[in-house]
Design a protein around this ligand. Structure first.
Ligand code: G3H
Length: 541
């Protein structure tokens, strides 16, 4: 079958879906968690459409995954009230617990989450269209991240239970919580990215309002009881609904102490501006990016092609770290394009459960329309599609398009496509990509492909002051998760490696005393008659 025919018939009959991947019944979530109670919602419900269509007698029908409560301002303010009360100015049960006790609760939570792996992974696949293997990887990576956070927390607690002395003053530095954190993850990594802010926030003693992304809500449903069982009332509260309706009223109370948000800069700016005292709001933000790759004439072209395609097309290009524009030196442009086009033709596309599938349908409504507009704009301004059938659409499916030559007049030059479009810009002078990066609104990562140490060093020295990570001969990516991850300019605020995350969700405070005999006697006594809290030498194992 030709590629075109395979695109035309990409969506299956219900009966063709292997039993283990089938979504037998729609998942109807009526509960939401506030103040430790699973409340039953009697109001409007919101349907969850999957990115997958099914053949029916009346034609292709978009598969429904289920529905969830469409809460209002009233419930979101109740969630806030519960979180504020549970924090109780830092005197609440959760912020007063020892690190050891909080770690135990997180471990207990993780055991319950692991027992729901199958359900969560299946919903992740259906709601986002991510491949089954990719969904499994996201789940395992999340578990691994939580374990790493636990071990980083142990290290931090053990270090901060010691004392320091300087100029006749002795002191103990503690990392204490911020207060109430509003946690919102993105649809592309609805589990992993949400947990990379949720778990550090919780382990540091903050209380949380969790709003899962609209595309990727139901996969959190199997965890609701685990949240309820593992944490004291009000420590985790969940809200669902229209962001523009729920969030401004939450922030404008001034009672949110930390905004942990992975999404668009426009929403982040709007939310931050609503806080009555913006300096009181700690922001941990992962925003847009347009990571470029620079392919130099002396690079290993096969390696560059392989990495650039994985970088631009993994999860259909829907990664904040995806390569979103490729600058290829004119001397190697033809060979690079030919090899890319050939390799794209070999990528498997289809339904997320199919073996070795790489390209799958897209979950965002009207996404294929937007990508088509970008593509048409580039074609009108002189670019060509370099791979066969590139840009062919069937409902939510968009076949990857390699587009060349792209220039500054085209929308694709600047807009973050977040999809399977690969714009390629030819250059003769390295100043072209360097100047692009300097002038860009974004500053997350860059990839450089070359075998010349001197050239790499020169470019890396310039670009390290523009972005947060320079990748040599490899695609851009977040992992390993122990490495710092962040963005400059309009790409983010704060850093989220495992160790950094604990610091992002806490503040350093110190208890000090002049080293007089009397003061040392008091401190030793507090330390000896161990009570959890400051000046104790609490060891976490
Ligand atoms: O979308 C942003 C993700 O955190 C990127 O993670 O680079 O490992 O795909 P990744």
């Amino acid at each position: 079958m030709s590629i075109e025919d395979r695109i035309r018939s990409i969506f299956p009959d219900e009966a063709d879906i292997p039993e283990e991947f089938r979504l037998k019944y729609p998942v109807i979530q009526k509960e939401y968690l506030i103040n430790g109670e699973l409340r039953i919602w009697g109001g409007r419900m919101q349907e969850v459409l999957t990115p997958l269509y099914i053949k029916t007698l009346s034609g292709l029908t978009q598969k429904i995954a289920g529905s969830y409560p469409w809460l209002t301002k009233k419930e979101s303010l109740e969630a806030l009230q519960a979180a504020v009360q549970a924090y109780n100015h830092g005197k609440g049960l959760w912020p007063s617990m020892t690190a050891q006790e909080r770690i135990q609760r997180i471990e207990d939570f993780l055991v319950q989450v692991k027992s729901k792996k199958k359900e969560i992974v299946k919903l992740l696949m259906w709601e986002t269209g991510k491949t089954y293997d990719g969904s499994l990887r996201e789940f395992d990576r999340t578990v691994d991240y939580v374990n790493k956070i636990i071990s980083a927390m142990k290290d931090l607690s053990n270090i901060s239970s010691g004392f320091i002395s300087e100029q006749g003053v002795t002191g103990q530095i503690r990392h204490v919580p911020l207060g109430v954190v509003l946690c919102m993850g993105p649809f592309n990594y609805p589990l992993f990215e949400t947990f990379t802010t949720l778990i550090p926030a919780l382990i540091m003693g903050n209380t949380v309002i969790l709003k899962p992304p609209k595309l990727g809500i139901l996969l959190h449903y199997p965890m609701l009881t685990a949240f309820q069982r593992s944490f004291p009332p009000g420590v985790v509260n969940t809200i669902y609904g229209e962001s523009s309706d729920l969030l401004p009223s939450l922030i404008s109370t001034g009672k949110i102490d930390c905004l942990a948000f992975i999404g668009s800069g426009k929403v982040a700016d709007m939310l931050k501006s609503r806080h009555p005292k913006p300096h009181r709001l700690r922001s941990v933000l992962g925003l847009e990016a347009k990571n470029p790759a620079i392919i130099l004439p002396d690079s290993d072209i096969d390696l560059a092609v392989h990495e650039c395609l994985r970088g631009s097309l993994a999860f259909n290009g829907q990664r904040c770290t995806a390569l979103k524009i490729l600058f290829v030196h004119r001397e190697v442009a033809d060979i690079f394009l030919n090899k890319c086009a050939e390799l794209i033709g070999k990528l498997r596309f289809g339904m997320p459960w199919e073996r070795d599938v790489f390209i799958t349908p897209l979950p965002e409504p009207d996404k294929t329309k937007y990508l088509t507009e970008l593509l048409e704009d580039a074609l009108e301004r002189g670019a060509r599609v370099m791979n066969v059938y590139g840009g062919t659409v069937n409902k939510t499916f968009f076949y990857p398009a390699l587009i060349y030559p792209v220039n500054a007049e085209m929308r694709l030059y600047k807009e973050e496509q977040f999809g399977p479009l690969i714009p390629v810009v030819p250059f003769d002078d390295i100043e072209v990509p360097v100047e692009y990066i300097i002038q860009s609104r974004y500053g997350q990562q860059v990839s450089i492909f070359s075998n010349n140490p001197e050239v790499i060093a020169d470019i890396a020295n310039i670009l390290i002051n523009q972005v947060c990570r320079v990748n040599i001969n490899s695609k851009c990516q977040r992992g390993p998760d122990l490495f710092p991850f962040g963005g400059r300019k309009d790409s983010g605020e704060g850093s989220l490696s495992v160790a950094d995350a604990l610091r992002m969700f806490s503040i350093q405070a110190i208890v000090t005393a002049k080293r007089t005999d009397k003061n040392m006697e008091i401190i030793t006594k507090i330390e000896k008659d161990w009570k959890p809290g400051v000046l104790s030498a609490e060891a976490v194992s």
